[in-house]
Ligand binder design. Structure first.
Ligand SMILES: NC(=O)c1ccc[n+]([C@@H]2O[C@H](COP(=O)([O-])OP(=O)(O)OC[C@H]3O[C@@H](n4cnc5c(N)ncnc54)[C@H](O)[C@@H]3O)[C@@H](O)[C@H]2O)c1
Length: 318
């Protein structure tokens, strides 16, 4: 398989590193030419030219959120497999267009929700099989500063990021809540900018409560004084399951889970499962099996986020 990366920024560098280790990296594209110099492969500043000339088997889309939809559709329409960074996209009409493109393409789309591959989450997903989940709740208490938001033009703006903490930092956790508990039919949510009014137009803090269907609750903020570990709690009929980074407690007793052997890459909050997800994606393509986190699956968390933005504190259909 020959793979190309679009967007050689923070996370694109990590994707390119993994692909280079597997001798799969054939090209990199970034509008900033200076970012292409470090790669020992073909470099492009226009993604369409790269796809049309290199004709890779797969592209990894690691660009700002607002570009995901058009890039996913362009590649799928040319029969090129796509691994897209989260979020899938930022608008409802983009979800529809992507799923239609997926249906008419012979290529596969996968979305990088790599925390589903963390050992503790794999364990809990399996443990919950055949159990009735009453509620999954979590808090994301992280810190993102003015300097972080100033580090790239697209951050902190509705047009280019699509929102704030919900569509970016807390997206993995919200996805896990629905992965464990199921999709709510209705939610109510409130979003606000408590600490970064002078630097971003999007929310730094949000609360989501489901009101009908599956039970989920999310409390998320990037206005915390420091990055705290994310803790998810799942209630079944008679158990309380607490998920910590690398550990699981069931009714107060530590569960024995497999330890990860993956080396951490990039920032601590990315976890160490990018490599596992990428490996699984290519294995499934090679074996002609469906990759589980496809357009439909990855759109669930985007639909939750968009309903939260619409809610304004009122009950809203997801
Ligand atoms: N899965 C994760 O844990 C995780 C972690 C970090 C970032 N991400 C996601 O990865 C994406 C990128 O985030 P980042 O932090 O790397 O951002 P970044 O700003 O560091 O990188 C984005 C890169 O895209 C390039 N770019 C912009 N427009 C382009 C275009 N038209 N064609 C080609 N390149 C273009 C920019 O020059 C930049 O180098 C976002 O969707 C983000 O949410 C996911």
């Amino acid at each position: 398989m020959r793979a190309a990366v679009i967007g050689a920024g923070v996370i694109g560098t990590l994707h390119a590193e993994i692909l280079a280790e597997k001798n799969m990296l054939c090209a990199v594209c970034d509008i900033d030419e200076t970012k292409l110099k470090k790669y020992n492969c073909a470099g492009f500043t226009d993604y369409k030219t790269m796809i049309d000339t290199v004709k890779p088997d797969c592209v990894h889309i690691c660009t700002p959120h607002y570009l995901h939809a058009e890039m996913v559709i362009y590649a799928l329409d040319r029969g090129v497999n796509v691994l897209c960074e989260k979020p899938l996209c930022i608008k409802r009409e983009q979800i529809k267009a992507i799923i239609e493109a997926e249906k008419r393409s012979k290529a596969q789309l996968g979305v990088c929700l790599q925390n589903r591959y963390n050992k503790e989450n794999v364990f809990v997903k399996e443990y919950l099989k055949d159990k009735n989940v009453k509620c999954a709740a979590a808090h994301v208490a992280w810190r993102r500063t003015k300097e972080y938001y100033n580090s790239a033009d697209w951050r902190g703006k509705y047009a280019t990021e699509g929102g704030g903490v919900l569509i970016n930092q807390a997206l993995h956790t919200l996805d896990l809540l629905q992965y464990f508990a199921g999709m709510p039919d209705k939610i109510t949510a409130s979003v606000s900018n408590l600490t970064l009014k002078d630097s971003i137009e999007v929310e730094d803090t949000a609360v989501i409560q489901s009101t009908s269907g599956a039970g989920i609750s999310l409390f998320a903020s990037v206005g915390c004084a420091a990055d705290m570990p994310v803790v998810i709690t799942v209630k079944t009929d008679n158990e309380t399951i607490q998920i910590y980074p690398g550990a699981v407690m069931i009714n107060g007793v530590m569960a024995v889970i497999e330890k990860t052997t993956e080396k951490p890459r990039g920032k601590e909050c990315y976890g160490s499962s990018h490599g596992l997800l990428i490996e699984d994606f290519y294995k499934r393509i090679a074996e002609n099996r469906r990759f589980e986190i496809d357009g439909e699956e990855a759109s669930k968390v985007v639909r939750l986020v968009l309903a939260a933005y619409d809610s304004g504190g009122n009950e809203t259909e997801v």
